[in-house]
Design a protein around this ligand. Structure first.
Ligand SMILES: [Zn+2]
Ligand SMILES: [Zn+2]
Length: 371
């Protein structure tokens, strides 16, 4: 029987989310119903909200989420009712060529795993409502595949655990799995939002000797220093000037750059700032059809590389364990990344607060884990 839950529904880009009751379907065989406890407001959600990224509407956004397993399908084997879990938008089948090659974020069977004969969410009149990333976390409960969920240790509180699902996975993952940063590396992180700050932390965790944070807003640079940046550069209107400031720090260029903005120009800056044989890792999601313009000479003569690392090239289940150990040991600061925790019903105010440059993450909380 479909279950009534309160949700924040996006009906039209540019408008506030509408808080209203919807119906949530039962879990299918390999699915799990999760009671939502805490969900982070991510810039990707904001891009759908303001219409800069496209999706079918109405829909329930939200993909960075922690909750408690409430129901399981008959074929679920790894999770049980009462488990503490965090969700990812990159489920992996484990048996396709990409999964077998150790690249689960490029799983070829994601659509197949998400396929469903009926919608997860509907209006109370039975009209379908979409769910972002096969999740739809801005609801009191959601249904997703078992392979989209990782167990979370009791050591990680709910309102910080949700960050493991997107911004930490993407930013720390980019440094560790994407860029393979080590003690010899000099790193530039372009863009100091949640993902950028997580990339700064990832570079610090991985032992980089220099970590330069770049952003157009100076309060964000102050934040980046708190999380491990050794140098900061205020991005200039003329990108050549930004590049010149970076050259003052490393005249020969950097071994690694990580782009966490999602613009072609910052991706080009990431490439231009590289030393010979350096690697630019591009994380930001760009408007469909975008193309990046780089120097063929710098690429070919200088052995430079430019690569994607979608969702931090994560290995979600084991990454959550890795992040938890670093968090417990004090090497990964999750608490400091949650600027504000607010009740779910304030979600529209939460999105408005994201424009404040001192905000890293706003988290909406539902009833609370022990309610
Ligand atoms: Zn996200
Ligand atoms: Zn696969």
């Amino acid at each position: 029987m479909p279950m009534p839950v309160n949700a924040a529904v996006l009906t039209k880009p540019g408008q506030s989310l509408e808080l209203r009751p919807v119906l949530l379907d039962d879990p299918l065989e390999t699915e799990v119903t999760v009671r939502t406890v805490a969900a982070g407001l991510c810039h990707s959600d904001l891009h759908y909200l303001d219409g800069s990224l496209d999706m079918d509407l109405p829909a329930i956004l939200g993909h960075e989420v922690f909750g408690i397993v409430e129901r399981i399908g008959d074929a679920v084997t790894r999770l049980k009712i009462g488990d503490r879990v965090v969700a990812t938008v990159t489920p992996a089948c484990g048996v396709c060529n990409q999964c077998l090659a150790g690249r689960p974020t490029q799983c070829r069977r994601v659509d197949e795993m998400r396929a469903r004969s009926r919608p997860k969410f509907t209006t109370t009149d039975g009209e379908p409502i979409g769910a972002l990333g096969g999740i739809g976390a801005f609801a009191e409960a959601f249904v997703t595949g078992e392979s989209s969920l990782a167990l979370v240790d009791d050591a990680v509180p709910a309102n910080v655990a949700c960050l493991l699902g997107c911004c930490i996975t993407t930013g720390v993952g980019a440094a560790v799995h994407g860029a393979h940063i080590g003690a010899e590396d000099t790193v530039v992180v372009i863009g100091c939002g949640g993902v950028g700050i997580a990339a700064v932390q990832g570079a610090r965790l991985a032992g980089a000797r220099k970590i330069v944070a770049v952003d157009a807003l100076s309060p964000k640079l102050d934040l980046a220093r708190r999380f491990g940046a050794t140098h900061t550069v205020l991005a200039q209107a003329d990108q050549e000037e930004t590049l010149a400031l970076l050259r003052e720090i490393e005249p020969d260029g950097f071994t690694n750059t990580i782009e966490a903005v999602g613009r072609t120009t910052t991706a080009e800056l990431a490439f231009d700032a590289l030393a010979p044989s350096g690697t630019a890792t591009i994380l930001g999601l760009m408007t469909g059809g975008s193309r990046i313009n780089i120097s063929a000479d710098a690429l070919v003569y200088g052995d430079r590389r430019i690569q994607g690392a979608y969702m931090g090239a994560n290995r979600f289940l084991s990454d959550v364990e890795m992040f938890t150990d670093h968090y417990a040991a004090g090497r990964l600061d999750l608490d400091g990344m949650v600027t504000r925790t607010i009740p779910f019903t304030w979600i529209n105010e939460g999105f408005a607060a994201m424009s404040d440059p001192t905000t890293i993450r706003v988290v909406v909380e539902f009833e609370g884990e022990n309610a």
